[in-house]
Structures are given as structure tokens and as C-alpha cells.
Write a protein that binds this ligand. Structure first.
Ligand SMILES: [Zn+2]
Ligand SMILES: [Zn+2]
Ligand SMILES: [Zn+2]
Length: 779
């Protein structure tokens, strides 16, 4: 019995070889019909026996090409056209001119196994060619200048395909059918080896030879990647790594290490199944994982940290380099300390020239700067599957859309926060976040922000009707948003964090959200950062927070954790305790203490600053050279104590007031959780000579269990069954594990970030989701 059906496929299904995949599958199943792209994804019109049509729908969902992400396949019946199956034929139809896709471009993807095989096959015409790619792999987002996505719109426009490449490109049965960056040694880009001042010294295979010789000799090399330049050096060479650190003016921030394959990765780090899967995936993020004992990597790669950031080669050039050098290589972003990564060749010579001994570049331009993404391997709880958490969502993930729990009825631009900025656009069922842009206080990052807003709107075909922004009036992103002539939706920072966690899990519901971070602008104009919110996408209520304390010196208080140490010493042990710690820490302590007591000094409930304070009080770190360093080192020490052996420093939780009967009684006052008694215990243990790691572990347990206890009580008082954990502090795996286990123990569900960063990199996604939900509610 012949039937005809229309299949609507939604998700990331364009520019990823989906139409040829449908074609092959349909032909294999003997179905007639056609497939084409439209603005919502891919449409298939198929005719044949019902069981074959069922099979087609199933395979489209389950066997999709590696770069595709299928959200749904919906079938609707059509009247049969009487073509029958078999030889009547199946066709790939050109996209209609009016069919602006949801997102025109897919993510950059690591070299696939088929292309790698060609790269290493002496008989293949692409043997040793560092730009081999196909429909299943290669550059996308970073080379596209405009839409529609075809070669002329990419940075490959200057390379005309040779006859052999053209034949592959035009053959629907070929792996390179419509692979826009398709190239070979006869027609494509080539390597260049440059001196630090930019003069070309070698090309093609000779360029590779020279670069390999440099790396083996411990020299520092600039290497052009997909989304920008890296600085590369032999990771096992202590002197070379120290020299790189000196030239880059990067005191302690860890470097990522590239290794040739999973086996080499497993020699450097202890890898969970999820960590291995992430490392080897076509997205190829940097994976943070615990170091294996006896790893040959120089200590200077990640000073004082028990974890290493590993990644596998993701371009054919990386693969050739790693194979030839045969050692792990530092691959850190090509910039000086906090500047954005260099991506244009002239800029690379200007900025990287003074730092490198040579540059290995090529003549395929990078259009969009895109840093490596970072995920962190989370320790496995009892009975739990291993998982990874997004820390920086950039290359390999941007611009893949995420599903919005509440679709956007108007087109939205969300401009994100100030630090770790990303921007996002939303229309219909999807939200598309940009690559990692960086800290907007740096002018080059702000320029990158402006470019990203334009480019993302263009690629996603979004003409913003609403702009969502943070409430902080001094954020450059906020100022930008308010200067646009558009209706603006101000989204409170911690509400955006919780909303981003809801998007991560595809939820539209109310939860008890715990948002712990550095600081964010509160509705009362104070600096929030240790918040308990009853929140849904369409609104929130602040039902609890950490006790507020002074933040003496704004940004200086972030760079110098001893300042918060002194504040918390005072809160826990009185003025004498603050003076004792201040005097032992810094010459300026009296002025800072006076500042802490002044009326004009802002107050904060920041959990991040509490972690800084404890790290300072324990003598771990009184000054930081990168954001979060003190808290990261505190966590590292705590994690050196097995969970079963860690003490629990009890912190009493106040009882939430029962909701007023009948709903009267005005706005309830938020509950205050005061960590001072916990800090007092830490001071006592320190003075008693308890090992610092044990005290750090006791602090994590004490705070984590108190947070879980309060969250569960607040949730139960409102009849909520789910607790969501968000904010940069929940990148702390030890704290997250303690809180999550206790919430689950209490019988509630816990949502932890996986795909969206818990830090401010996820704020734009949360803002977009809130704007979508509130615009939907108000029409
Ligand atoms: Zn390939
Ligand atoms: Zn060619
Ligand atoms: Zn934040």
C-alpha cells in the first residue's frame, strides 16, 4: 500500500550534509520524492510503502550525519502522487530563494576519519594536505562572511576549485557534495612559514618541516588554527614553557595541551567516559580533567592545579604537526594576557611577532575570531553517569541553536553581561548564541562584540524587535542595548543565570534557583551574588541570600582576596580578628578596613567573594593573577581530601517563614544565610593547625550542605520539586557535588549545567529565554 508523507525535520540540519544523507537513505529504502531546505530546517516529501516511510523517519532521527542535531521529525500525510517507489527517483531540490534558514551556518568541525585516512594515504591526491575537508568536517562558522552559505560567501572565495574538486562537489553520491571549503593541493590554500616580522621564509611542505624543527628545538611558534592563532611550544620542555609564560605576560593562568590521540591523553589525565567522548567529538573542546600521576608535562603548564586542559587535533594541520613532533604541545590562545585572540594575519604579526620565534600560517583567511571551547569533567557521584560541564562555549558549539523552552513570538537580541561576554539572538523555537567574546572592558573585545551582534543577526536572519540586557547600568552591553531604538527588557543577572540553566535542560517551569557568582546588579541596586530565587522563565522572586558584607575597593577586592578575607574575619571574629589578619596581609590594611566601614562602600552577598575570603584566610592566596584563581586553588585543595574523609563544619540554617495564609501580608522578607559562624570555625581550625586541605574540604561540606538544606526548605515551602544550580561558583565541582547529592537525598530533583556555561558566558542565553517568555506572556 503506497502512501505519501511530508516529513518536517527541525534542528541543526543545514550545511551538515543532511540533504545528501536523506537522498542516500531514501534511495536505499526505494522511496520516491524529494528533499529541500527551508527556513525552519529540512522538508522531505516521500512516497512508498508505509513501513519504509516509518523506517525513513526513524533513520532521519537516529542515523543523522555527525554534525547534525535533530530536534524532531514530524510526519503529515499527503495524497499520493502515484509515482510509486523504486526507480521513480528521489531528488535533492535546490533551496528556494525565499527560504532563509534558521541559522545559515553550522559549527566548525574536526577532521573526520575519512579525511584523516586520505591525509595519511601516500596514494591519495590529498596526502599530507593540511586543508583536507569534506561535508562532514572542516571550517564553517569561522570562514563565512555572509549568507546564503556558498563558497563565494566564505573566505575560500579566492580559491577556484579544480576540475577534480568540482566533480566531487557536484556529485550527490560524493562525500564532498556541496562541501563549500572543498580544496586540494592543486587548487586550495597553502602553508607559509614566516619570521616574527612577517616575511615568508618557506611554503608548503617546507613550511611544515621548519615548524616541526622549531618545536622539537623548544622554540615558540605561532600557529594559525580555525578561529584564531595559537602559541605552540613543546609541553614537556620546562624552560620553553617558562619562556612562553614570560613572553605572554601570563603569570599563572593554565595553558591547554594538545595531544595526538586519546591514548596519549590518557597518559596525561584520568579520563572518564564522558571526558573521552568530549575529547574525541567533532567539536573538539579543551577538556579539563584530573592529571595522571607521573605525567611528563612541565609543571609550568598549569601551576598549582591538579587538572590539565587537554585537546585533540582538530585541523589537518594540527594532526600533521602532532604526528611529526610526537610530543604533547602547549596550544594556548595567541594573545597577550587578557586581549582577544589574534585572527587576522597582519594583526598576528603585529601582536604575536614579539612573542614568537616564527609563525606557521596560511592563505585561508579567518573571518570570525573563535576561541577554543572548554568543558570540565565532573566527578561521578554515587550511581551517576560521568558528565562534562560547559565552561566556555565557543568553537565547535557556536552558532548551533539551542531549543527555547518558550518560543519567541518576536525576534530578540540578547547582549549578555560584561565579563566572559557572549551575545544571542532568538526567533521562533531557537536561540543562537555567539562565540565567546571576552571581557568588554577591553576595547578590542568591545569591537568584537559589535561585530558579533551584526554578524549573528545576519547569519540567523534576525532583525531584532526586542533587546534584552543586564540591569547593571555601567555594563557596556547595557549601554549599547539602551542606545538601540528598540523595546528593551532588563533581565536581572541572577534570574538570567537560572533561566540559562532552564534552557540547558529544556524546562519551562518554576524552580528554586540557587545563583552563586562573583557579583551581579540586584533589583535593590546592591551587588548580589549568593541568591536563592523562586524563578521561572517569566519572572522571579528573591526568597533568600547570603548575608551582605562590604566590598572594599570594587575591582581591587577581586584582584586582592585578602581584602575580603579581612572583611569576613571581622564578620566572624570582630574587629580584632580583622586587624590581626589585615596587618599580616598588606601594608594598606588600615585604609582598606576604614573603607569597609564607610557608608559609601557597596555591600555584596557574593558567594564568589566568600570563596576568595576563605582562600585568603587559609593563606592559600591573597592576590590573584586571573579571575577565580583563589577559588580554583581552594577547590583543588579540598578535592585532595576524599569525600568520605572530609569533615563537615556545620552551618545552621534559619527556618523559612510559612507563607501567609490567604496570600496576604505583603512581600515576604528573604531569608538570610549568614556564613560568619562557618568562617569562625575555619579561623579556629586554622589557628589549631588543622591541615589547610582538610579545612578547605570542611568548608565545602559545611557551605554545600547548608545551601542544599535552605534550598530544599524554600522549595518545599513553595511546593517546588526542583532545585537549579547556576552562576560561576557552580563551576566548583566539589561544591556542586555536595549540594546536588544533598538535594537528591532530600527527594528533590537537581538541575546542574551541562551544555550552557554556568558562568556569565551563559547570560545572553538566559536573557533571550526570559525575553521570549515575557514577550509571549504580554503578547
Ligand atoms: Zn571530512
Ligand atoms: Zn582541487
Ligand atoms: Zn554572573
Amino acid at each position: 500500500m503506497t502512501e505519501r508523507r511530508r516529513l518536517r525535520v527541525r534542528g541543526t540540519v543545514q550545511g551538515v550534509g543532511f540533504r545528501p544523507f536523506v537522498y542516500r537513505t531514501a534511495v536505499e529504502l526505494g522511496l520516491a520524492g524529494s528533499v529541500w531546505n527551508d527556513s525552519e530546517g529540512v522538508l522531505v516529501d516521500a512516497e512508498g510503502p508505509a513501513d519504509r516511510l516509518d523506517e525513513l523517519a526513524r533513520r532521519l532521527g537516529e542515523d543523522a550525519p555527525p554534525l547534525a542535531a535533530v530536534w524532531s521529525v514530524e510526519a503529515t500525510p499527503l495524497a499520493p502522487a502515484g509515482k510509486g517507489g523504486g526507480t521513480a527517483g528521489f531528488a535533492i531540490v535546490d533551496s528556494r530563494a525565499d527560504a532563509a534558514p534558521a541559522v545559515a551556518v553550522s559549527v566548525d568541525a574536526a577532521t573526520c576519519t575519512d579525511c584523516l585516512a586520505e591525509l595519511h594515504d601516500p596514494d591519495d591526491r590529498r596526502f599530507g594536505y593540511p586543508f583536507v575537508n569534506c561535508t562532514n568536517c572542516g571550517p564553517r562558522y569561522t570562514i563565512i562572511r555572509s549568507i546564503p552559505y556558498d563558497r563565494a560567501a566564505t573566505t575560500m572565495a579566492g580559491f577556484a576549485m579544480c576540475a577534480a574538486c568540482r566533480a566531487e562537489y557536484e556529485d550527490p553520491a560524493d562525500r564532498r557534495f556541496h562541501a563549500e571549503p572543498n580544496a586540494c593541493p592543486a587548487c586550495g590554500p597553502h602553508l607559509r612559514y614566516l619570521t616574527p616580522d612577517g616575511s615568508v621564509r618557506a611554503e608548503r611542505a617546507d613550511a611544515l618541516e621548519q615548524a616541526v624543527a622549531d618545536l622539537l628545538a623548544g622554540r615558540i611558534l605561532g600557529v594559525k588554527g580555525l578561529g584564531g592563532w595559537h602559541l605552540a611550544v613543546d609541553a614537556t620542555d620546562t624552560a620553553a614553557v617558562a619562556e612562553l609564560r614570560r613572553r605572554k605576560a601570563r603569570d599563572d593562568k593554565p595553558f591547554a595541551v594538545m595531544v595526538p590521540d586519546l591514548a596519549a591523553a590518557a597518559r596525561l589525565c584520568r579520563l572518564s567516559a564522558a571526558a573521552e567522548e568530549a575529547l574525541a567529538s567533532p567539536r573538539r573542546p579543551i577538556v579539563l580533567a584530573p592529571r595522571a600521576t607521573g605525567s611528563p608535562v612541565a609543571a609550568g603548564v598549569a601551576p598549582g592545579l591538579p587538572e590539565l586542559g587537554l585537546l585533540l587535533p582538530y585541523t589537518p594541520l594540527h594532526d600533521l604537526l602532532l604526528c611529526r613532533v610526537g610530543r604533547p604541545l602547549v596550544m594556548t590562545s595567541g594573545n597577550r594576557s587578557d586581549e582577544p585572540i589574534a585572527h587576522e594575519d597582519a594583526d598576528a604579526v603585529d601582536r604575536l611577532g614579539p612573542m614568537v620565534d616564527a609563525l606557521l600560517g596560511h592563505d585561508r583567511p579567518i573571518h570570525i575570531r573563535c576561541d577554543d571551547s572548554v568543558v570540565r569533567s565532573l566527578p561521578r557521584g554515587p550511581g551517576r553517569k560521568s558528565t562534562v560541564q560547559m565552561v566556555r562555549r565557543s568553537r565547535g558549539y557556536a552558532p548551533e541553536p539551542l531549543a527555547l523552552p518558550v518560543p519567541a513570538t518576536r525576534q530578540i537580541l540578547a547582549v549578555g553581561a560584561e565579563l566572559k561576554n557572549s551575545v544571542a539572538v532568538a526567533k521562533g523555537a531557537g536561540v543562537v548564541a555567539s562565540h565567546h567574546i571576552g571581557d568588554l572592558e577591553h576595547l578590542p573585545a568591545y569591537r568584537s562584540f559589535l561585530q558579533a551582534v551584526d554578524h549573528l543577526c545576519h547569519l540567523a536572519g534576525v532583525v531584532p524587535e526586542v533587546v534584552a540586557h543586564d540591569l547593571h547600568p555601567e555594563y557596556l552591553s547595557t549601554k549599547f542595548a539602551l542606545d538601540l531604538d528598540l523595546p528593551a527588557v532588563g533581565v536581572q543577572h541572577h534570574h538570567a543565570h537560572i533561566a540559562s540553566c532552564l534552557v540547558d535542560h529544556g524546562r519551562d517551569q518554576r524552580v528554586l534557583g540557587v545563583a552563586f557568582d562573583g557579583t551581579g546588579f540586584g533589583c535593590d541596586k546592591s551587588l548580589w551574588g549568593g541568591e536563592f530565587l523562586v524563578a521561572g522563565l517569566d519572572g522571579f522572586e528573591r526568597v533568600g541570600h547570603l548575608a551582605p558584607v562590604p566590598l572594599p575597593g570594587g575591582a581591587a577586592a577581586i584582584r586582592e582576596p585578602w581584602r575580603m578575607g579581612m572583611v569576613w574575619a571581622g564578620a566572624a571574629g570582630g574587629r580584632a580578628e580583622a586587624e590581626r589578619f589585615g596587618a599580616a596581609s598588606d601594608d594598606r590594611w588600615e585604609a582598606v578596613l576604614a573603607l569597609a566601614g564607610a557608608d559609601r562602600t557597596p555591600r555584596t552577598t557574593s558567594a564568589g567573594r566568600l570563596f576568595d575570603a576563605v582562600a585568603a584566610l587559609l593563606g592559600i592566596r591573597s592576590r590573584v593573577t586571573y579571575e577565580g584563581q583563589a577559588a580554583i586553588e581552594l577547590e583543588a585543595l579540598a578535592s585532595s581530601v576524599p569525600p568520605g574523609e572530609a569533615p563537615h563544619y556545620m552551618l545552621q540554617v534559619p527556618e523559612p517563614a510559612a507563607p501567609a495564609p490567604g496570600g496576604g501580608g505583603g512581600v515576604p522578607v528573604p531569608i538570610v544565610l549568614d556564613p560568619a559562624p562557618l568562617v569562625a570555625r575555619i579561623l579556629a581550625e586554622r589557628d589549631r593547625g588543622t591541615p589547610v586541605a582538610v579545612v578547605a574540604a570542611g568548608f565545602h561540606n559545611g557551605l554545600g550542605l547548608a545551601v542544599a538544606d535552605l534550598a530544599c526548605r524554600l522549595a518545599s515551602a513553595r511546593g517546588l520539586g526542583t532545585v537549579a544550580l547556576s552562576g560561576g561558583v557552580f563551576q566548583n565541582a566539589r561544591l556542586t557535588a555536595v549540594v546536588a547529592a544533598a538535594v537528591e537525598e532530600a527527594g528533590l530533583e537537581v538541575l546542574v549545567h551541562r551544555r550552557v556555561p554556568p558562568n556569565d558566558g551563559g547570560i545572553s542565553i538566559g536573557q533571550a529565554a526570559v525575553a521570549a517568555a515575557t514577550s509571549a506572556a504580554t503578547g
